[in-house]
Design a protein around this ligand. Structure first.
Ligand code: PEP
Ligand code: MG
Length: 752
């Protein structure tokens, strides 16, 4: 999602970028003086890095502790401060080199990533020239919008002053076919060269220039090639992931133009170091600094640097410049673990498949690779990471196996498969509009949407609507909180993409394994039981309200009366009420803003995901407009089994009698109170459980778009009376083996 059009381009390098950000504020808000400060957690101080209207800046500067001066209060309290009489405010300190007697109108804006401090912007006007309320709120929004890129710039500036070294690991050299067994996270298969994500390793970083082929291009030319390639890749990614394409482009662009990063490589090469060695050396130093940080965001940046350095090396070395772009295409990427940002890079590079080590796929990485249709496998052996780049790999998710250095017959088999599938794709299948059981009971099959491109897929399979839009993806893919404007644009696209069928937005489901590094200030001992989901939103009311405002604005802009908002992991009536109060208060401020217009008001519902919600299901149904059962979490919390922990996967039993009874309680409570109840967890797409769920009264299922055609076909083979009898039999059983045998019998009879 691109930021507002008037924001500066990160193309200029870190220092210049900061100057441009400040100039933009000066221009937009007619400031007579302005300063941009960066906060350093390590030093416990913040320092003026760019200034306008301070004639001594450069000879004298300002470096303060948190809370010192008015701007120090802005940072300490993480809130804007506005005054028309700066000198009368608590904390005010006059600076000997920067007298401000005639510029007493002060607006200080914090630059934050969630709660993390990045810096602050101070705007001054001459005394008697106040800022209007509208200008203040616009300035706040702008500060929010530039925060991510300012942090990027700050990280580059910080790394420029430190040094480090790279470590090289022992590699395996496969002589014959190797295989790695694992469990599939998404479907499909892939064949391509292996690419192991090995941060800290850059060719030649330790061995000097001799370890690398000689460069055939100068650094400037290599930069130009990489820049063009990055642009092309970002525009290609924009179709599949419009939420993220520009983010990923900006990170690389800023480094390419940064005087410390690119400037140092250039200076080294002009001073006699070979181009390749200069790239490796400078990049390795940056990587070492980032990797040594205890801040997640900084460690993630190591991957950005590595990615860029490898591109620059390719561009400098490879005779065919275009190869630098395509050499990554179609690779099978292996890594210890991946963050959503790594998946984005993989998608941008058109990765054919992904293989991760056990524990390396969080829930959101799993959802993201499925939405992006990247075949992904999680393997146990860490030897995977010792394989050399470029080895041929065949990833077969259906059989949950990765082959490296495949023998000829295997390679031929998969090459033939590619040809057959291409032919299959040409056959168009007519998609029915309606889903019903044999006896004519209507079932709604809605879509779970993780990323914007899923909306198109949902329309294609004629989904009856969007039953779950997981709003956290834009939060997870970014390195900072998406602003209200960015969120609004995304929600509006979701609504416009599904124009005539209902849409359900779920509010931010952060926490546990859906970590937002920039908001999770403290590490939790037990994150699955910690500050997550609706608790998280209620703990950060500003973030919550901002999201609700963006949703409500999108609903008004599209004039929709069929939109719902639901809260994840509601555990009590009070929690639901408190969350709903936020919706009401955001609606009422929107009403004030829009005047007499009749507002379009969403339905507000509860997700049923924890046993506590089951226990108070009637009271919750009384107040909720609808229920949506998140079986993934309901199973995890009912059985106390971590849904992402392979070691306890065998205990994650959806058909455990406690889960079946809980589902019946939720469905019955909803029926008693006349509210709809749907299923949006994965249990709803499983042919084994569909008859039971229909039998207890569930009529709406929300599932991944690609599963809808199959589910529609399965439903058409069911009979309501049979499903009800099957559900009654299951609910009368109290052991898992008995339940399994009833399910098996029913499935065989019904589906063959
Ligand atoms: C669920 O828990 O079933 C659910 C749909 O939510 P998520 O998988 O996003 O936690
Ligand atoms: Mg859930």
């Amino acid at each position: 999602m691109s930021a507002a059009a008037d924001l500066p381009s990160p193309k200029t390098g870190a220092s210049r970028y900061l100057d441009e950000v400040l100039s933009m504020f000066v221009r937009s808000f007619e400031a007579d003086r302005a300063a941009l400060y960066l906060w350093s957690e390590a030093d416990g101080r913040f320092t003026m890095r760019s200034a306008h209207g301070f004639p001594m800046f450069g000879q004298a500067t300002v470096s303060l502790r948190l809370g010192e001066g008015l701007i120090g209060r802005v940072l300490a309290e993480r809130r804007p401060i506005y005054t028309e009489m700066a000198a009368s405010m608590r904390g005010y300190i006059p600076h000997p080199n920067f007298p401000d007697g005639d510029t007493q109108t002060f607006l200080g804006l914090p630059l934050l990533r969630g709660r993390e401090r990045i810096g602050a912007i101070a705007l001054y006007r001459r005394t008697g020239h106040p800022f209007l309320a509208e200008e203040i709120s616009r300035a706040r929004l702008k500060a929010e919008e530039v925060a991510a890129a300012v942090q990027n710039a700050a990280a580059l500036l910080a790394a420029a002053t430190a040094g480090g070294a790279a470590a090289v690991r022992q590699l395996l050299k496969p002589e014959e076919q190797l295989s790695f067994r694992g469990s599939a996270v998404s479907n499909g298969w892939a064949m391509g060269p292996l690419r192991v994500l090995r941060p800290r390793f850059l060719p030649g970083a330790e061995g000097g220039a001799s370890a690398l082929p000689p460069a055939i291009r100068g650094f400037d030319e290599a930069c130009a090639i990489v820049e063009e390639n990055l642009r092309r890749l970002a525009s290609d990614l924009d179709r599949r992931l419009p939420e993220a394409a520009s983010l990923i482009l900006d990170a690389g662009m800023m480094m390419l133009h940064d005087e410390n990063f690119a400037g140092r490589i250039k200076a080294l090469s002009e001073g006699g170091t070979s181009v390749t060695e200069a790239i490796s050396k400078v990049a390795s130093e940056y990587i070492a600094v980032f990797e040594a940080s205890d801040n997640d965001y900084m460690r993630e940046k190591a991957r950005d640097v590595e990615d860029l350095a490898l591109r620059l090396l390719d561009a400098a070395i490879l005779p065919d410049a275009r190869k630098a772009e395509t050499s990554r295409d179609g690779a099978v990427i292996a890594a210890e673990k991946m963050l959503p940002s790594d998946v984005l890079r993989a998608a941008r590079d058109r990765a054919a498949g992904i293989v991760l080590c056990a524990g390396g796929a969080t829930a959101h990485v799993s959802l993201l690779v499925r939405s992006l249709r990247i075949p992904t496998l999680v393997v146990k052996s860490r030897d995977l990471l010792r394989l050399p780049d470029g080895e041929k790999a065949v990833l077969d998710c259906a059989n949950e196996i990765l082959f490296v250095h495949p023998d000829e017959s295997l390679e031929r088999k998969f090459a033939n498969r590619a040809g057959e599938e291409a032919a299959d794709r040409r056959i168009e299948i007519a998609m029915p509009e309606r889903t019903a059981t044999r006896d004519g009971t209507e079932i709604s099959l809605e879509a779970n949407v993780n990323i914007l491109s899923d909306v198109g897929a949902a329309v294609e399979v004629k989904a009856s609507g969007i039953g779950l839009y997981r709003t956290e993806f834009p939060f997870l893919m970014r390195q900072t909180l998406p602003g209200e404007t960015d969120q609004l644009a995304i929600y509006e696209r979701v609504l416009r993409g599904m124009p005539d069928r209902p849409v359900t937005f779920r509010t931010l489901d952060a926490g546990s394994d859906k970590v937002l590094p920039y908001l999770d200030a403290t590490r939790e001992e037990n994150p699955a039981l910690g500050l997550r989901s609706i608790r998280f939103s209620l703990h950060y009311p500003d973030v919550f309200d901002q999201q609700l405002r963006a949703m409500l604005r999108a609903i008004q802009r599209t004039a929709r009366d069929d939109v719902s908002i639901m809260f994840p992991m509601v555990s009590s009536v009070e929690e639901f009420r408190e969350a709903k109060r936020h919706v009401e208060s955001c609606l009422s401020s929107l009403q004030t803003e829009l005047g007499d217009t009749q507002l379009h008001v969403p339905f507000v519902g509860s997700m049923i995901e924890v046993p506590a919600a089951i226990a108070v299901a009637d009271a919750l149904a009384e107040e909720s407009d609808f229920f949506s059962v998140g079986t993934n979490d309901l199973i995890q919390y009912t059985l106390a089994v971590d849904r992402t922990n392979a070691a306890v996967a065998a205990s994650y039993v959806p058909h455990h009698p406690a889960v079946l009874v809980s589902l019946r309680i939720a469905a019955a409570a909803a029926r008693r109170h006349g509210i709809p109840c749907s299923i949006c967890g994965e249990m709803g797409r499983d042919p084994k459980y569909l008859p039971f769920l229909i039998g207890i009264g569930m009529r709406t299922f929300s599932l991944e778009p690609q599963q809808i055609p199959n589910c529609r076909e399965l439903v058409s083979r069911l009979d309501l009376k049979d499903c009800e009898a099957h559900a009654s039999r299951l609910l009368a059983l109290s052991t898992i083996p008995e339940i399994e045998s009833e399910i098996d019998d029913f499935s065989k009879k019904t589906f063959g």
